[in-house]
Write a protein that binds this ligand. Structure first.
Ligand SMILES: NC(=O)C1=CN([C@@H]2O[C@H](COP(=O)(O)OP(=O)(O)OC[C@H]3O[C@@H](n4cnc5c(N)ncnc54)[C@H](OP(=O)(O)O)[C@@H]3O)[C@@H](O)[C@H]2O)C=CC1
Ligand SMILES: O=C(O)C1=N[C@H](C(=O)O)C[C@H](O)C1
Length: 255
């Protein structure tokens, strides 16, 4: 079955890439692309429609799945509308709070919902190995540095938060320390977290483990946003045929 994809945040950095990825493939087609202030814009020949028309487009254009890279408030609203109209929902948006996540969970009772803070396959591999590295190096100091473009809103990145959860689940750590300033020597067991924002850097995550006169660095660097878009569209095509529920990008990759 050809997945029919609706794209939100269509004029954003990621929305543009998702439109290009959908248009490049044979296993899916674009149902619509929306943005809150389209101003007659088009992206790669695709007309961008107003986000205010989202509910109507969900009915009239019969998408099977929506791909969302916007912001937390809009993503939760889009997810609820998808749940009402029986359309699967993939979101790469980051920066959700607990309330937002409850709304997404409620949507997943009615339709398939897949949320991933990073759709790069290399990040999935990094998530698979970081826990093992931490388990193998008990007592080593851990620091995480993430670097992104100067337009990014949330910090630490969604990927950093996911990596931190994995690190904490696999070792004995006291607390996260976000940056350091003044007289602030490192405490035993803390995890240092550092968010750099500069230029148009696509996205970099590095975990440093140091102790015993040695250091290990695990680094992922995305060189092009097309990597994220390709993963998100793989997820969309896969999700369009699933039952209602909550899914992760790891589920897509493992099949
Ligand atoms: N999971 C992954 O692999 C990746 C996730 N991301 C995440 O995706 C999200 C978007 O990133 P990026 O494309 O760089 O951001 P941009 O700011 O470039 O684009 C965001 C788009 O969403 C729209 N938007 C933002 N807020 C709202 C809102 N409240 N209601 C309706 N539309 C809204 C913007 O519209 P307008 O033009 O009107 O402002 C814009 O079109 C971020 O959360 C980012 O962290 C990014 C890359 C990869
Ligand atoms: O905003 C971005 O650009 C990115 N956001 C995601 C995140 O917050 O982890 C993924 C990627 O690093 C790019």
């Amino acid at each position: 079955m050809t997945a029919r994809v609706g794209v939100t945040g269509a004029t954003g950095r990621m929305g543009r890439e998702v439109i290009a990825a959908v248009n490049d493939r044979d296993d899916c087609e674009l149902a619509f692309a929306i943005n809150r202030s389209p101003d007659g814009q088009s992206v790669g020949g695709t007309e961008i429609e107003p986000a205010a028309d989202f509910e109507t487009l969900l009915v009239d254009r019969e998408p099977t799945v929506v791909v969302d890279f916007t912001g937390p408030e809009s993503a939760r609203e889009y997810a609820s509308h998808c749940a009402e109209t029986n359309v699967a929902f993939v979101t790469g948006t980051t920066g959700f709070d607990a309330d937002d996540l409850e709304v997404l969970a409620a949507a997943s009772d009615r339709v398939p919902v897949l949320r991933a803070p990073n759709f790069a396959r290399g990040v999935q591999a990094l998530l698979n190995v970081v826990g093992e590295a931490v388990r193998n190096l008990p007592g080593y100091d851990v620091e995480l540095v993430e670097t992104h473009h100067n337009g990014k809103r949330d910090a630490p990145s969604g990927t950093a938060n996911r990596l931190l959860s994995e690190i904490e689940a696999n070792g004995e750590f006291a607390e996260r320390t976000h940056g350091r300033e003044g007289d602030s020597p490192r405490e035993a067991g803390e995890i240092g977290v550092h968010a750099l924002r500069a230029g148009d850097i696509t996205g970099e995550h590095e975990i440093l483990l140091a102790g015993n006169h040695e250091e290990v660095r695990l680094t992922h660097r995305a060189e092009d946003r097309g990597v994220f878009a390709a993963g998100a569209v793989d997820a969309a095509v896969w999700l369009a045929e699933r039952d209602p529920g909550r899914y992760e990008f790891a589920d897509v990759i493992s099949e």
